[in-house]
Design a protein around this ligand. Structure first.
Ligand code: SAH
Length: 246
């Protein structure tokens, strides 16, 4: 059944109004009409079963007949803390991780990041762009929610957020003992996990130490060094697999 993301204002009690491009797409491309069913998503994890009741030019009226939590959302909530990468790599990270089911992406200005988003306007523009990418990827992949993309923060702002998560893993190239698989096997069906990925220059030893002090576990991802834009997606895939979401 076709799925459409709607803004909160489009839901009006037991009805929803679809206008613009979506309305044209439904009526003209999908050739749907009165009596046909579709799924509406509020982008916050709830799906609504709707039936088209009225078709006007560029405007559809849909009756909501049922609602249930989106079935495409993973039970595991993953927050990706991503060290700011170069150029447009963050676009890739957000797109791929959205497909893989990330709940939140927190861009982090780490010590060895090449990129410095000091200018507030430039930073706001970047974050707005990343949010659009998250939204588009969520729609494309049939997610029930659009992952939250937070404002860029510093490591010191990130650390207190660990206490809200059941576990935090920090992939670190210098970690020789604990592999990701081992760290995950010690966890008992966590509801939420944080993953901290360093930028191109990696994480500084002191940064990792500060994270370990806050209860994070440093892990190896194996003998090969992954690029920063590969690492987050790789860990996310491993988490979804390990906890039965794949
Ligand atoms: N510091 C490295 C590259 C960093 S890779 C260098 O300068 O050559 C970017 C990030 O990906 C790292 O900070 C780490 O979080 C993660 N990463 C990549 N490969 C990894 C591996 N084999 N084990 C653990 N973490 C890895």
């Amino acid at each position: 059944m076709p799925r459409f993301f709607l803004e909160a204002a489009q839901f009006r009690g037991s009805q929803a109004v679809i206008t613009g491009g979506d309305a044209r797409h439904i009526a003209r491309v999908l050739r749907m009409g009165i009596g046909d069913g579709l799924t509406l998503c509020d982008g916050a994890g709830m799906d609504y079963a709707g039936v088209i009741r009225q078709v006007e030019k560029d405007r559809l009226l849909v009756e909501i007949v049922d609602k249930h939590p989106s079935m495409s959302e993973p039970q595991l909530r993953v927050t990706l803390f991503q060290g700011l990468p170069k150029a447009s790599k963050m676009d890739t990270v957000i797109e791929k991780c959205t497909e893989l089911g990330v709940s939140q992406v927190v861009p982090v200005q780490t010590e060895r990041a090449v990129v410095r988003l000091e200018d507030e306007k430039a930073r706001a523009a970047k974050v707005a762009r990343w949010r659009k990418i998250a939204e588009a990827a969520a729609k494309q992949s049939g997610r029930g929610m659009v992952p939250v993309v937070s404002d860029v923060c510093r490591v010191s702002d990130m650390l207190p957020l660990f206490s809200e998560l059941d576990a935090v893993v920090v992939p670190y190239e210098n970690e020789q003992e604990t592999h990701l698989a081992e760290a995950l096997s010690r966890m008992e069906s966590p509801g939420s996990i944080g993953v901290v990925i360093g930028p191109e220059g990696g994480l500084a030893r002191e940064e990792v130490d500060a994270m370990l002090e806050r209860g994070a576990v440093s892990v190896s991802l194996g003998a090969r060094i992954l690029r920063t834009e590969t690492a987050g997606a790789a860990v996310l895939a491993a988490l979804m697999y390990a906890f039965g979401e794949m």
